[in-house]
Ligand binder design. Structure first.
Ligand SMILES: [Zn+2]
Length: 94
């Protein structure tokens, strides 16, 4: 289970490339498994349980827009949405 601080998926996204998509996205999560290796043979001599979801210092969440396939760190999509917030008229049903 991902911890809340790992992702900001509850923030609005906006694709800064095609500028047409605010609703459909692919989230790419990274997994981490720390290991210790024998420096001569390359054999894994110790491995932590895992893999587990990466924490922010290790790797951020990546987002892809399925409309234009632009893929970037989540912060790019969050910043684009903050720069150009959705108008209520964009919302289906309004
Ligand atoms: Zn796009």
């Amino acid at each position: 289970m991902l911890q809340a601080e790992v992702v900001r998926v509850d923030r609005p996204y906006y694709c800064p490339q095609c500028r047409s998509n605010r609703m459909s996205f692919r989230l790419f999560y990274r997994l981490v498994q720390p290991v210790r290796k024998d420096p001569y043979t390359g054999a894994v001599i110790e491995a932590a349980p895992g893999p587990r979801p990466a924490v922010p210092e290790e790797a951020g969440l990546e987002v892809q827009c399925p409309v234009c396939n632009f893929r970037a760190p989540e912060s790019i999509f969050v910043a684009a949405a903050a720069r150009e917030p959705a108008e209520m008229v964009d919302r289906p049903g309004f």
